[in-house]
Design a protein. Structure first.
Length: 232
């Protein structure tokens, strides 16, 4: 039996109500992303790409249609099951970091493992290894407010990878990066090969998207192009 798709959207529609205005953010999207695939979703601001990522993460729920992760319909999961799925199998790199100000960089990166009741020594060792990969080992004991925007983004990438997720969702991972942007994109690209993860990256940068094996373009909530790249 073939393995289920890592991520599927079936006729997904998402509407938002702003007062008397109804905004159609995602308009009938159907996609299937295979395990281990590195996919970039591109489009202008307002195209629906970030909304699609939030639907994949279970942060938003579709107005209609179905989102499935590893063959499991997110709408069929209760709150506890959805929380467990996101904690164990999904990593999210947020555009605006969401680092906890009272924890140092190392503790922020280790936090998902600690919340999953991993041993503290194991969680911190894993955090140290990832901070070295993204070039932040010297800043491990720094507090978030002392970091540059690029350093905070790299810390957020390390945190999303710390539990070795099967599905990694990245929202504009280079939007605030410094000169190490290429290093982080390479890390995202290689994570699938090294850990068998599926990576879905939302970006406005065509240069960043070129690192993916597949590029999906959105406009006005719809998929208007879906093509393989030279990375395939």
């Amino acid at each position: 039996m073939n393995a289920p798709a890592a991520l599927e959207f079936e006729n997904v529609v998402k509407r938002f109500a702003f007062g008397e205005t109804d905004v159609l953010a995602v308009d009938g999207v159907s996609l299937s992303i295979a395990p281990g695939e590195f996919t970039a979703i591109v489009g202008r601001s307002g195209s629906g790409k970030s909304t699609l990522l939030n639907l994949a993460a279970g942060i938003d729920t579709p107005t209609s249609g179905e989102v499935r992760v590893d063959g499991r319909a997110l709408a069929s999961l209760d709150d506890d099951a959805l929380t467990k799925l996101r904690r164990d199998r999904v990593g999210v790199v947020y555009q605006f970091f969401h680092l906890l100000p009272g924890l140092d960089v190392r503790e922020n990166v280790a936090l998902p493992l600690l919340l999953g009741r991993a041993r503290q020594s194991d969680a911190l060792a894993r955090a140290d290894a990832l901070l070295a990969e993204v070039g932040l080992a010297p800043r491990a004991r720094a507090l978030p407010h002392t970091l540059s925007g690029g350093e905070m983004q790299r810390a957020a990438v390390a945190r999303a990878l710390v539990h070795e997720p099967r599905l990694l969702l990245a929202d504009e991972p280079t939007g605030n990066l410094d000169t190490r942007a290429a290093q982080v994109i390479e890390l995202l690209r290689d994570i699938g090969a090294r850990h068998g993860a599926t990576v879905v990256m939302v970006t406005h940068s065509l240069e960043a998207a070129a690192a993916a094996a597949r590029v999906i373009e959105m406009r006005d909530g719809r998929v208007v192009a879906d093509r393989a790249t030279a990375r395939t």
